[in-house]
Design a binder for this molecule. Structure first.
Ligand code: GDP
Ligand code: MG
Length: 688
């Protein structure tokens, strides 16, 4: 393709000329930020570096301020041009060419910390350079910059050859430089050289990945013309995070050393570089910046092979131009997302801060806060334990108390049923009843059923299950304790000073109530044993029903030809052969067993019903009446100094508050920075 009309690479001298002409009439510049694509026409008609500066500078300033505010600490990534490359590929030299200054370079690892380089064009012919690191600003100048960087690096990463991911910022304000902010990263080496840590490769690639992974990063991949690009470690790394290469730009250095085949290499694009290749020749030896640019221009114009490469793909000025465009695009693209993230972060921080307790200055305030905690806990407990509303704990099934308590009660009822009938199948039908009747006989009329026999049998049944109610209460109270403590701890979480006494009060409360419950249930079981009574009509009804089998029972016993089996509702088929020829006592035993069976149903039901009522009654009292008194007594009572303790803010909360406040301040500042710049962008695009 014919490239000469597209881009006229501008030697440095020309940059300056244009720059001077350009200054007075800024209004003529178009808003090139978003609309430019390709290295095209604008470059030939406008000065390379300054044409976008006045547009780009505010954008870049905004991003630099955000970077300075350390907004990345809030997890918000900033658009950044990241320079990567294998060791000695020429990264520092490229940056140097862009900035027109000397950076440390040479053998071994020189860039040992991320170097954030902020280039700013300024009008003053006198350049201004300074380093920012560890909270310091160290002014320097072009003659001393290389040394100053070495000193600063030593301070950050220690002397020797170790590396660090703590960045060093170099600000270069100089006439004619492109407004660019880039990060130079340590070069990748496979084999540690003498003095380097063993895991140098892992360390360096860790830092590089940290910088190139965010979608907001543009990867400036520096490749030496002398190597096969596909074998470059830096290409492998950038391909891992940017497969299609859409945010990767390649700079090919040392074009002067390996001109052969370079054209093919950069046009065939074997390694997927989406943003294109730019070939450069950096400063060599003691050349001045101007000499280097002139040499470069001459090289690409006259070299038989290099001159065939499109002019839109060669030279530091083209690189500068391209980078400025790419940078502007990515910043504009990222801003809305940055705004969104700032707002999101801000509102979640504000919300979190508001939830933290205020600082209290007197006991009255502490009392109010304390009563608030208590009130909130009571209300939550009422909801989950009494009303069955669990919107506060939608996913925590343990806290859906009404359902859990009902399940426990159902289980209790089942346990009673099975315990109460446990001894039935073991002895043959009516044998036990007959032996008890035998022992209860007394001198008197024969046709009275001895009540003592009934009571003996009945008490035996009650005894068999007398442990179950206590076990149930055990289980129930430990569940209640868990819930009550959990709710209280949650409501009082902002007052760590109160947690242990509140927990203690809740445990005491549960212990007292459990004690009372156990006493009550023991009495209830005893009461059952002492007397037999029910007014429930079910008793007579089911006794009558059972007794209706007695006729058939007698017939089977009296007729040796009939099978000795009786089918009775509630009993199933019972063997009765052993009862033949035993006389009247069998009929008495039959009657007593049927009474017992009818009554037992009533007793079991009564035990479950009463337990349920007891449960609800005690929980209600615990929440509405006893809890408050117990906790107040523990915290404010004779031995408690809880309110005084509440006045001292806990160190954890104070620290958290401080952190949130700082973060909110930072985010608000960032928000302002970004909204200013967004306003400017929209004003510019509307004004044109
Ligand atoms: P870094 O390790 O990637 O930062 O590489 P440097 O910028 O330190 O460069 C490594 C060596 O390559 C230095 O000796 C440079 O002078 C040399 N170098 C870099 N770019 C070029 C170039 O375009 N042409 C020539 N001939 N040498 C270069
Ligand atoms: Mg370097």
């Amino acid at each position: 393709m014919s490239s000469s009309t597209l881009v006229e690479p501008l030697p440095s001298m020309k940059i300056r000329e244009h720059h001077r002409q350009q200054e007075p009439d800024e209004s003529k510049q178009s808003l090139a930020l978003v609309s430019i694509n390709g290295g095209g026409g604008t470059a030939s008609s406008a000065p390379l570096v300054s044409s976008y500066n006045d547009r780009i500078r505010p954008l870049l300033d905004a991003v630099d301020r955000l970077r300075h505010l350390k907004i990345t600490q809030e997890g918000i990534q900033l658009p950044t041009i990241v320079v990567v490359g294998d060791q000695s590929s020429g990264k520092s030299s490229v940056l140097e060419s862009l900035a027109g200054i000397s950076l440390p370079r040479g053998q071994g690892i020189c860039t040992r910390v991320p170097l954030i380089m902020r280039l700013q064009n300024h009008q003053n012919p006198q350049p201004e350079l300074f380093l920012e690191f560890n909270g310091k600003v160290v002014p320097t100048d072009e003659d001393h910059i290389a040394h100053a960087i070495v000193v600063a690096t030593d301070e950050i990463a220690g002397q020797g050859k170790g590396i660090s991911n703590h960045p060093l910022t170099l600000v270069v304000k100089k006439r004619g430089v492109p407004d660019l902010t880039m990060v130079d990263l340590p070069g990748i080496t496979r084999v540690p050289v003498h003095g380097q840590p063993e895991d140098i490769y892992e360390q360096v690639s860790g830092i590089i990945m940290e910088y190139i992974t965010p979608e907001e990063s543009i990867i400036l991949n520096v490749l030496s013309a002398s190597v096969d690009f596909s074998t470059c470690e830096s290409i492998r790394m950038s391909q891992r995070v940017d497969k299609t290469g859409q945010r990767t730009l390649a700079v090919v250095t040392k074009a002067d050393r390996s001109p052969e085949g370079l054209l093919e290499k950069v046009t065939s694009d074997d390694v997927n570089i989406g943003l294109g290749y730019i070939c450069v020749r950096n400063r060599i030896g003691d050349e001045s910046y101007e000499e280097a640019r002139a040499e470069e221009a001459a090289l690409f114009h006259t070299h038989p092979q290099l001159s065939k490469i499109s002019k839109s793909m060669v030279g530091v000025p083209v690189l500068a131009h391209k980078l400025v465009q790419v940078q502007a695009k990515i910043i504009v693209k990222c801003l809305p997302e940055i705004v969104r993230k700032i707002n999101e972060k801000l509102s979640s921080n504000v919300e979190e801060l508001n939830k933290l307790p205020r600082n209290m200055t007197n006991v009255a305030e502490a009392m109010t806060a304390f009563m608030h905690v208590l009130g909130a806990a009571k209300e939550s407990l009422r909801k989950i334990m009494l009303r069955g509303e669990f919107n506060e704990y939608p996913n925590d099934k343990e806290m859906h108390c009404t359902a859990r308590l009902t399940e426990m009660l159902n289980q209790y009822s089942q346990d009673l049923q099975s315990l109460g009938g446990a001894e039935e199948p073991k002895v043959a039908f009516l044998v036990k009843e007959m032996s008890v009747l035998e022992e209860s006989k007394s001198i008197g009329l024969p046709n009275f059923l001895p009540r003592a026999a009934f009571m003996t049998l009945f008490q035996g049944k009650v005894n068999a299950l007398s442990l179950a109610p206590v076990e149930f209460l055990d289980k129930m109270w430990s569940y209640i304790e868990k819930v009550v403590v959990a709710v209280l701890m949650q409501k009082a979480e902002n007052y760590p000073q109160l947690l242990s006494s509140t927990r203690k009060a809740a445990q005491n409360l549960v212990a007292t109530n459990k004690h009372k419950s156990v006493a009550w249930v023991t009495d209830m079981v005893e009461m059952e044993k002492v007397s037999d009574y029910t007014c429930h009509p079910d008793y007579s009804a089911s006794w009558n029903k059972l007794m209706s089998h007695q006729k058939e029972f007698k017939e089977i016993l009296g007729d040796p030809n009939r099978a000795p089996r009786l089918n009775m509702e509630g009993f199933g088929v019972v063997e009765v052969g052993h009862l033949r020829s035993l006389g009247v006592v069998v009929q008495e035993a039959f009657d007593i067993k049927m009474r017992l069976t009818a009554y037992w149903k009533i007793v079991l039901r009564r035990m479950v019903d009463f337990m349920a009522l007891h449960l609800l009654f005690t929980i209600q009292n615990l929440i509405n009446r006893d809890m408050e008194a117990e906790i107040i007594n523990e915290i404010v009572g004779a031995q408690g100094n809880g309110l005084e303790k509440m006045l001292e803010e806990s160190p954890g909360v104070a620290e958290k508050k401080e952190r949130l406040k700082n973060s909110i301040r930072l985010l608000n500042e960032s928000k302002e920075v970004v909204s200013n710049i967004m306003d400017q962008i929209s004003a510019l695009s509307m004004g044109k």
